[in-house]
Design a protein around this ligand. Structure first.
Ligand SMILES: Nc1nc2c(c(=O)[nH]1)N[C@H]1C(S)=C(S)[C@@H](COP(=O)(O)OP(=O)(O)OC[C@H]3O[C@@H](n4cnc5c(=O)[nH]c(N)nc54)[C@H](O)[C@@H]3O)O[C@H]1N2
Ligand SMILES: Nc1nc2c(c(=O)[nH]1)N[C@H]1C(S)=C(S)[C@@H](COP(=O)(O)OP(=O)(O)OC[C@H]3O[C@@H](n4cnc5c(=O)[nH]c(N)nc54)[C@H](O)[C@@H]3O)O[C@H]1N2
Ligand code: SF4
Ligand SMILES: [Mo]
Length: 788
């Protein structure tokens, strides 16, 4: 087996300079096609926005230019996109006042990641199976008929609850609102969920329990004015490059940065303190910090006295899944005294032995946080993707509350959300088995009655299945049909050997996507959707800012925006939907979703974004949550005692290493968008495994050599990158390539009891040399490509 990692020719520059050079040539080519008199020599390396500036005025008039919001990650960068109607030619900064998060910054993906839109294998017409079981192109009419037939058959034979829908956090708020409505009103099932389940649902569950809202309390500007930032489980420079820039700037200006991560990721280079932790034991070191702070009287007594209380869990609705989820919560002691008592077991010895963090590092981090006037607690998947992710988040919420770091400038909790629209489309819009839009509980009789009335349908009070549970329920025959919109479950679910089996055994599967992705290969019908550059609507970013997304190009081929497809299907299934635009859908959202009450397209456009809650048309939106009170019954933060927890599967003699998984800068998830860009592929053409030099020695592995990685569930082969970025007990593999799908190794069964998040961040594995070698893998130059 060979690897073509370094396939750049000799005369090309290495690293990011080479990437920029290539991108510049590509952009120049575009510009030459549309503009006369391009002043190539005005272009400086790494300043490709200037290319767009150099498009001649005359030709400029012939181009479409729209200010829009990035469709990759949840930072929510805004920029102008230029199109000649056929393809995206350039991205350049929009007016700074219209780009509250990024100003003039963007990362490589927002700047250059558009080749996928026009790629030859974009889906341009619906596909159905022919008599031999092969895909053939079909008219929309035929495809819709097949979909209706398929869903009807399952409903008639097995009941509507055996249908489920996976909604797409790539799509707009308006589309996700309709996905939730479609599941409940048209299909008649509460089993509707999305990628938040695989990602930050433990953040949402934990923060909702502790403070009332499952979202960041801060605005992005708080990252720039905090005195101290604690970051954990976040590879910020690669996954949220523009936020990393904000943080680095603040650190240069004197803020403290504390990084806790099993990998010495690039942001750690800027840290006042980097502590290497063993994956899977976050509540332990966080409780160690809390213990030091409380026992040494360093906590914020006034805040604790006035703004903190215990937590009284509500009775769980009567549903198998819900019972299981609530069980652990029921047992939890609540209030400051309970937390104080519960952290006593996390002595310096315990913390060091379990997590590997020496006592001096616990002390210095605790004292830095306690001494800061304002501290932001930032985290991402390293904290959440565990079988006890919600407990990790509760522990972090306790830490922020006892140090009084909420509801004031430069302070608060900042989970960096993932997909471009997972905060809005994946949460706020309620394509969820337990919530209507705006986190309104479906088990609440009054709220359910409101939606039954608004949507003219009956809705069961029983929670549906979470995404991860849908796949387990399918094994039992409880789910028989799925409608998967913009989600590549065949690669992104945990334990994909199992997921593949489920997808192939389903009675009926509809996939709605831009491509025949790995999931679509199991579909009965594939419906071609449009990407964010081909439609209008809104996305909600990581700091609750709702921003406009605008159509820059016509839909490719016969593809249609998701909301139009849903409307067509709803009408064929006996409903009368007549939305003429996404603005009209937003009006309906406004009327049923209190936190979005005043968010019309008109205002979002005029005000350059609005942060929720925004209760009515006169409300200015909310920059920072919890300034006066928490969103709980008594207005106080609910502290909850969090005890010892560990990963569901720990290393042993057979599988001696902890595997953790994640992302790289140049790739995005399952690659449907980034694999179609030559530039991105040149820099990360395959997955790889990071192995510590000592471990490499022990298992006889050299950099560039192919390595077999095995878990109890499967095996993959990837080239090795020998590096001390990881510790000796840990190996890291990215998630971006089907041929080395790391989710063959992960476990689909052990889910977080409150949030049903899988444990992507810890699996027990063993490694051994495989046949073949690859070029040694250089770490990408993240610094320069992350943001400029
Ligand atoms: N380039 C790029 N950017 C992206 C994405 C992408 O695919 N590509 N995806 C987007 C999405 S949807 C998301 S959700 C975000 C994810 O953003 P991140 O969560 O920052 O991304 P990951 O690479 O999964 O990184 C997780 C971090 O957790 C650390 N970690 C691993 N195990 C543990 C543990 O047990 N405890 C702690 N504390 N840390 C641990 C890893 O070393 C790594 O630094 O990125 C978004 N941005
Ligand atoms: N081992 C491991 N596994 C993980 C993770 C991990 O850290 N480790 N992270 C998890 C996380 S946080 C996430 S978010 C998931 C991501 O997993 P997925 O969401 O499955 O990954 P994507 O590749 O982003 O898939 C999005 C799909 O939407 C399509 N698409 C894009 N725009 C549109 C649109 O506007 N409409 C429609 N209909 N389709 C569109 C794309 O072509 C693509 O097929 O992976 C999870 N899996
Ligand atoms: S950081 Fe990059 S991927 Fe994320 S929104 Fe900004 S430009 Fe897009
Ligand atoms: Mo995510």
């Amino acid at each position: 087996m060979s690897n073509n990692r370094q396939n750049a020719t000799d005369d090309q520059l290495d690293g990011v300079a080479g990437y920029m050079q290539q991108a510049k040539q590509q952009a120049l080519k575009n510009v030459e096609q549309v503009a006369e008199g391009v002043a190539a020599d005005t272009l400086s390396e790494g300043k490709l926005f200037e290319i767009a500036t150099s498009i001649g005025d005359k030709r400029l008039e012939e181009l479409t230019v729209e200010d829009t919001t990035c469709g990759y990650c949840a930072v929510g960068c805004r920029f102008d996109l230029y199109s000649d109607g056929e393809e995206i030619l350039a991205a350049r900064p929009t007016a700074e006042e219209d780009a509250p998060v990024n100003g003039i910054s963007t990362c490589v993906k927002g700047k250059f990641g558009y080749n996928f839109v026009n790629s030859d294998d974009r889906l341009t017409s619906p596909l159905v199976r022919d008599e031999n079981g092969e895909f053939r192109e079909a008219t929309w009419d035929e495809a819709y008929s097949r979909v209706v037939e398929g869903f009807d058959r399952i409903r008639d034979d097995h009941g509507a609850e055996s249908l489920s829908l996976i909604a797409s956090s790539k799509a707009t708020n308006e589309e996700n609102y309709l996905m939730g409505k479609f599941a409940r009103q048209v299909l008649g099932t509460n089993s509707v969920d999305n990628c938040n389940r695989l990602c930050h649902s433990s953040t949402v569950a934990g923060l909702a329990q502790s403070y009332g809202y499952g979202a960041a309390s801060v605005s992005t500007e708080d990252l720039e004015i905090a005195d101290c930032i604690l970051l954990t489980g976040s590879n910020t420079t690669e996954a949220h490059p523009v936020l990393a820039t904000r943080i680095k700037q603040n650190v240069r200006d004197g803020a403290d940065l504390l990084v806790f991560d099993p990998r010495e990721v690039q942001i750690a280079e800027y840290a006042t303190q980097y502590s290497r932790i063993k994956p899977g034991y976050d509540a332990v070191w966080i409780n160690g910090l809390i213990r030091h702070i409380i026992n040494n009287d360093l906590y914020d007594k006034e805040f604790v006295e006035n703004r903190v209380t215990g937590y009284e869990p509500e009775e769980a609705p009567d549903h198998e899944a819900a019972d299981d989820r609530e069980e652990r919560v029921d047992k939890r002691e609540t209030g400051f005294e309970a937390v104080k008592e519960s952290v006593q077991e996390f002595t310096p010895e315990v913390v060091e032995e379990v997590t590997g963090v020496p006592h001096e590092e616990v002390v210095s981090a605790a004292e830095t946080i306690a001494a800061a006037d304002a501290c932001v607690f930032g985290w991402t998947l390293g904290l959440t993707e565990h079988s006890h992710g919600t407990e990790n988040v509760l522990a972090m919420a306790n830490l922020a509350a006892i140090t009084g770091n909420l509801g004031k400038p430069g302070a608060g909790v900042s989970p960096f959300r993932g997909q471009n629209n997972v905060q809005g489309g994946g949460g706020d819009m309620g394509p969820l088995p337990d919530n209507f839009p705006g986190y309104q509980d479906i088990a609440d009789d009054e709220l359910r009655a409101k939606f039954e009335d608004a949507w003219d349908c009956e809705i069961s009070p029983e929670y549906g299945y979470y995404t991860t549970q849908m796949f387990l329920a399918a094994d039992r025959g409880d789910i028989r049909g799925m409608y998967i919109i913009g989600e590549n479950a065949a690669l992104s679910e945990p334990g994909v050997n199992h997921a593949e089996q489920v997808l192939s055994d389903l009675d009926f599967l509809v996939v709605q996507d831009l491509f025949v992705n790995e999931t679509a290969q199991y579909a009965d019908v594939v419906l071609p959707a449009c990407s964010f550059v081909e439609k209008t609507g809104t996305f909600t970013n990581t700091d609750r800012t709702v921003q406009m997304v605008k159509q820059v190009m016509e839909p490719k081929g016969d593809s249609r925006p998701d909301w139009e497809i849903l409307q067509d299907l709803a009408n064929r299934m006996g409903r009368e939907w007549d939305y003429e635009s996404s603005a009209e859908i937003m009006e309906e959202v406004n009327s049923v979703t209190p936190i979005y009450g005043g968010m019309t397209h008109e205002r979002i456009e005029a005000e350059g974004g609005l942060q929720w809650p925004c209760w009515d048309e006169d409300h200015p939106g909310t920059k920072r949550l919890y300034e006066e009170q928490f969103n709980t019954d008594n207005g106080k933060a609910n502290l909850q005692a969090v005890g010892y927890s560990e990963p569901a599967e720990t290393p042993d003699s057979e599988y001696p290493l902890s595997l953790t998984t994640g992302r790289v800068l140049y790739q995005y998830h399952t690659g449907t968008m980034t694999h179609r860009s030559d530039g991105m592929m040149q820099y990360t053409p395959s997955d790889f495994v990071e192995v510590h030099p000592e471990t490499a020695g022990e298992f006889d592995i050299e950099s560039g050599e192919m390595v077999t990685i095995e878990s109890r569930r499967g095996e993959i082969v990837v080239p090795a990158q020998v590096t001390d970025r990881v510790g000796p007990d840990t190996v890291f593999v990215p998630i971006h390539f089907a041929e080395s799908a790391v989710n063959r190794l992960t476990d689909e069964e052990h889910l977080d009891p409150a949030a049903a998040t899988p444990e992507y961040k810890v699996s027990a594995v063993r490694i051994s040399p495989a046949d073949g070698t690859a070029e040694p893998i250089e770490a990408a130059d993240i610094e320069a490509a992350g943001d400029d």
